[in-house]
Design a protein around this ligand. Structure first.
Ligand code: ZN
Length: 313
């Protein structure tokens, strides 16, 4: 098993886009800074979508510029198209992710684009990146969303998933991510899809999983991913952004619980649990009081005798 895992915090993007309350720039930065101080090395800080679509994320450009000042932090963003990518490059994001819904119905509903149009967007983004000097080029990920099933189409055929993974790779994506947008995934399916997509684009191009905990299988799916040598897991602090149709279920898997599980298993995350709890308090303060935060480890605390995989500084 891999000994060092990267946890990519996506709360400032995936969590905030799911709730109506709008955080101020300073509140977002306080949250991001607290997580970086706890040892989180990658944070998806926002999404370059029109402000009228997601007013919660309207200040993403400024969040990127300010987050870049935090030493050692990889500043990641979501870009739905080439226009958003141009803004992301101008702000200086270190990592760009374009989501491609493998369900075409979902893609049309969500971003009003066909598969062919989304692949063309990815190609244009790669071309923009290629024009930058080598040292300024961000990492570019194509993320297969709804890959574990779609609320509109149900299961998506393997052949379609494989074809889209190949097209994203050919469009210039450095990495192909798997995203359980709908919280449908189970561990057997996680293994199957990692192997399927790696069979098309190569093992080194599939390193990350984006999981939700909608049906309570989030951490079980992480374990399946670990056993397939996945090295990056997305999660959100307090599982922010739980699904209104699944009461009690967090949105993304909970960063605090993920850190606890991995460290207890002897897998190094570099993240300090107490530091995360400080970040959680900052987030709690910034949210409306009725907005739920999730997580078992934050409620129960660390077990007596708990030891990190590696000593914390
Ligand atoms: Zn998500």
């Amino acid at each position: 098993m891999t000994k060092r895992i990267t946890i990519s915090e996506v709360g400032p993007r995936d969590g905030l886009q799911s709730i109506a309350h709008i955080l101020t720039l300073e509140q977002k930065l306080a949250w991001i800074e607290a997580e970086a101080a706890a040892g989180v090395t990658e944070i998806e800080v926002g999404s370059f979508v029109p402000a009228k679509v997601l007013p919660q994320l309207a200040d993403t450009g400024e969040v990127v510029r300010r987050s870049r000042e935090i030493p050692g932090l990889t500043v990641a963003v979501l870009v739905p198209n080439a226009k958003g990518a141009a803004a992301a490059l101008e702000a200086g994001a270190h990592k760009l992710t374009i989501p491609l819904s493998v369900s075409e119905t979902h893609s049309l509903r969500n971003v009003r684009r066909t598969h062919a149009q989304m692949i063309e967007e990815a190609r244009q983004i790669s071309a923009m990146i290629a024009e930058l000097p080598q040292e300024q080029r961000p990492h570019f990920e194509g993320s297969l969303s709804t890959v574990f099933g779609c609320t509109l189409e149900g299961a998506i055929p393997d052949a379609q998933i494989a074809r889209l993974a190949e097209q994203l790779r050919d469009a210039g994506c450095h990495e192909i991510g798997l995203s359980d947008t709908t919280g449908y995934a189970n561990p057997a399916q996680v293994r199957h899809l990692i192997r399927l997509v790696r069979g098309v684009v190569g093992k080194e191009a599939v390193t990350g999983l984006h999981l939700h905990n909608t049906r309570g299988l989030g951490l079980a799916n992480v374990l399946a991913g670990l056993e397939e040598d996945i090295t990056t897991f997305d999660s959100s602090l307090g599982g922010l952004g739980g699904c209104p149709f699944a009461p009690g279920a967090s949105g993304n898997i909970v960063t605090e619980d993920l850190v606890f599980m991995l460290e207890a298993m002897g897998i190094d995350t570099g993240i300090d649990f107490e530091g995360l709890m400080k970040a959680r308090a900052i987030l709690r303060e910034a949210l409306n009081p009725e907005e739920p935060l999730y997580g078992f480890a934050p409620e129960a605390g660390l077990p007596l005798g708990f030891a990190y995989a590696e000593a914390r500084v």
